[in-house]
Design a protein. Sequence first.
Length: 310
Amino acid sequence: MSPNPQADLAIVGGGAAGMAAALYSSRATLNVVLFEGATPGGQIALTDEVENYPGLGVEEPITGPEIAGLFQQHAEKFGTKVEYALVEKVSGKAGAFSLETTAGVWVARALMVAPGSSARAIGIPGEKEMMGRGVSTCATCDGPFFRGREVVVIGGGDSALQEALFLTKFASKVTVVHRRQGFSASTALVKRAQAHDGIDWKLDCVPEAILGEGVVEGVRIRHLPSDTVEDFVTSGVFIFIGHTPNTAFLQGFVDLDASGYVVVNRDQATSRSGVWAAGDCADHQYKQLITSAGDGVKAALNAIHFLETH
């Protein structure tokens, strides 16, 4: 690779937001480079079945990795260059942004950041030590390892209940542990999970430790109303309690809020001219495949106009 290759628009992140932006900006004949991160395809690549993206999965269920692959093929069809590298630092100003990556330095006239987010840890004993040894944050990746065994899912949002339902394909029983009686997941998803015979519930409960010698053998659970503790026997613990935006490399470059999300306006523009953000790194509320793609398109259209007029 030649020193400091150049692009009109550099896109950081290969999830729905980044790929949608790449498609639109490449079709507008811009020279576009997109940097895939540690998880090609973003969070959707970790999802088993997608039922709510219009036009996809109508005849048969479509998987997250399949959608990610289609997104990339579509962007590359119109000329997007995909680099499998991590962006470690960005600097500069509109017209001359510098991106320091694990594959070298790139220069771009404009920049869009869509690095997504990472699964949040609980921070209890045994969680880190047994990650990959019965503790997981990806049911799609690890569910098949638990055929005929009992597992626990921790969380009460859409991701937790979606993954609990997915795990019923393999596990003999799935027990959902959640700190409240109510859920932040959608009503339809809650009803599906509650109606499933393979899912049990431990509500008003919090995990205090993951137990086992080398591999998961159980989880210590505290029942909040009674303040009693139970050592619950299980072979696997799947944790879905939210995500942290992957924005550490943007500290001091664009404005971030107290939780680390990129601050954007209605045009997806950041505090720095020539830089836009989209997807989970800038979305507190929705975190849906289609909203990420839509925000990526908004960012791309504004970047195209910016480059045409500057």
